[in-house]
Design a protein. Structure first.
Ligand SMILES: [Fe+2]
Length: 329
């Protein structure tokens, strides 16, 4: 049963033909067929009804309530500990399984950790800022724009080329469903070649990759993913959700900019990569993995919070790095 994030709001247009569901990180516009209107209104009569939220469960606007122990198909525990400035006690309290002392529902925790991540990401304006500032740089100084684009793509190349190495431990001796993990690993294979295609169009050959720096934040992010895949199944699910991200746009923002530069072919590889993620609904992968976990311990939840918080901080630092770089051009 789904519960709304406290940030969720709904705004109807005056004639009740459509509404907008809004959180600070996403806005979903929905048309309402006249024959459905009464049903929709009744589902919203006293707050957001669970069936209403379930219909929109592909969007990060709700989380799943803790299940009772018998509802779990699998009973597993994992371990380890971290410290966090996120409201860990609140997440623990809200994910505790009723009547099961000290056991928590990983699916609920996943949704609540995702909320903290989205709050942090949406308050760090640099996420969008880097692309709008990069667009201005393209108009003013294309050579500098292309150099920043090479540096950003070098990070993406590192992530895509290290992806399978980082994911692999999760399919061995892990409580997660190895079939699902392996199919995800297959769907990610070869994406480095798509990114390399874009880099080639920007004049960077494979043999020249070492000339463009891998930033420490990028390197650490992949180490963190591998560490989670090895030892922390819940954290692993949260990190996969973070790396895939929530994208509701039709195209890759960097591909859009490259398409209007003098090297439009450089947009093709990364746009194709974006479409594979979107068409494979990769934004939902972390959530689909977490459904295979049994009840978890407090330590598992704390380490998932801790590792996700670190990964968010790394992502924000990377964006800030590129915003500063663009401004210094
Ligand atoms: Fe993906």
């Amino acid at each position: 049963m789904y519960r709304p994030y406290p940030e969720l709001e709904i705004q109807w247009n005056p004639d009740y033909t459509n509404f907008v569901l809004k959180c600070p990180w996403v806005s979903i516009e929905v048309e309402v067929d006249p024959s459905d209107r009464e049903n929709v209104l009744s589902q919203l009569h006293s707050g957001f009804a669970p069936e209403f939220l379930e219909f929109f469960s592909d969007y990060p606007i709700s989380y799943f309530r803790p299940r009772a122990l018998p509802e779990f198909a699998i009973q597993t525990l994992d371990f380890s500990w971290g410290r966090s400035s996120w409201p860990a006690d609140q997440i623990l309290e809200q994910s505790e399984i009723p009547g099961a002392d000290g056991l928590y529902d990983p699916q609920t925790a996943y949704g609540l950790i995702r909320r903290q991540r989205l709050i942090r990401e949406s308050s760090a304006k640099s996420t969008l800022g880097v692309y709008s500032e990069l667009g201005q740089l393209l108009d003013q100084n294309e050579a500098a724009f292309l150099q920043v684009a090479r540096e950003i793509l070098r990070q993406t190349y590192h992530v895509t080329s290290q992806c399978d190495f980082a994911l692999a431990p999760a399919s061995l001796a892990s409580p997660l469903d190895s079939k699902k993990i392996n199919s995800y690993r297959r769907s990610e294979l070869g994406h480095d070649r798509l990114v390399l295609r874009s880099l080639n169009e920007l004049g960077v050959r494979k043999s020249q990759l070492s000339e463009v720096m891998i930033l420490p934040e990028t390197a650490r992010s992949m180490e963190l993913l591998r560490e989670a895949a090895q030892h922390h199944p819940l954290a692993f699910c949260c990190l996969v959700g973070l790396f895939e991200g929530e994208s509701f746009s039709k195209s890759d923002p960097l591909a859009d900019l490259l398409a209007r530069s003098s090297r439009p072919k450089a947009a093709e590889g990364i746009q194709k990569h974006f479409e594979i993620n979107r068409d494979g609904n990769h934004a939902q992968i972390g959530e689909s993995f977490v459904k295979d976990l049994g009840p978890v311990s407090e330590e598992a939840i704390r380490s998932a919070i801790f590792m996700t918080e670190e990964a968010v901080a790394l992502g924000v630092a990377l964006n800030d790095h590129f915003v500063r770089k663009v401004r210094s051009c």
